[in-house]
Design a protein around this ligand. Structure first.
Ligand SMILES: [Cu+2]
Length: 228
């Protein structure tokens, strides 16, 4: 092969290698389905409360990061989807139900055990009202659902990690151990409001705050509140 031919081969091979590295980096930086929004503005008559049902799972089981903890939401058609941006009508009551399938632990910050910013300042755990949860009792707290701009925060109580039928792959179903947490809040005016979990549940990441804790569609998302 001529010098020019060899040079061309080396250059092409180098460019292919660079392309593969860039593609891998891009895939790593864009997890989940970008731009996915679940629309709850038409799920009920105007002005009527929105029923928002989510689940928290110990591992999503599929996609780029199958081992990561995650939230899922039930769309208005009743299907569980891996999207954490939810479009909601402004100034509307939201009745939220969380099916919590993950285990828990004592909280690093006991403040996260407080229920804040919900209607009445309370939530229910399997039917019993609570306004604070002592994470040193029971199976501790697995995650929180928090909307910092609304000062809303609700501790999501963990299930036993030693149960035999702990959920493996999401979406999880009722035959796996779970806690049912409910609470209500009112959406503010139109705007984009981030929500997130504050329990450092990103196992294997620095202080537990990397990975799923800082990636859209896992432990955080947005309330996309729109005027009706
Ligand atoms: Cu979490």
């Amino acid at each position: 092969m001529s010098i020019a031919g060899r040079l061309t081969t080396v250059v092409v091979a180098f460019l292919v290698a660079v392309g593969l590295v860039l593609a891998a980096v891009a895939a790593f930086l864009t997890p989940g389905t970008p731009g996915g929004v679940v629309n709850f503005t038409k799920a009920q008559a105007a002005g009527q409360p929105v029923n928002l049902t989510v689940q928290t799972v110990g591992s999503i089981g599929t996609g780029l990061h199958p081992t990561w903890v995650s939230y899922l939401v039930k769309n208005p058609q009743g299907k569980w989807v891996h999207e954490t941006t939810w479009e909601l009508p402004a100034h509307t009551l939201v009745h939220m139900t969380v099916y919590q399938y993950d285990s828990g632990s004592p909280l690093r910050n006991q403040e996260w055990g407080q229920v804040q910013g919900t209607i009445g300042g309370t939530a229910t755990l399997n039917g019993s009202t609570y306004s604070q949860y002592d994470s040193y009792t029971g199976n501790g707290v697995g995650h929180t659902f928090a909307i910092p701009t609304l000062d809303l925060s609700v501790p999501l109580i963990g299930v036993s990690p030693t149960a035999t039928n702990v959920c493996g792959v999401a979406p999880c179903h009722f035959n796996s151990p779970h806690n049912i947490i409910t609470f209500s809040f009112k959406t503010p005016g139109a705007g984009n409001y981030p929500w997130q979990c504050f329990v450092p549940c990103g196992l294997g990441y620095l202080y537990g705050n990397g990975g799923p804790m800082s990636t859209q569609n896992y432990m955080g998302g947005f309330l996309d509140v729109v005027a009706q």
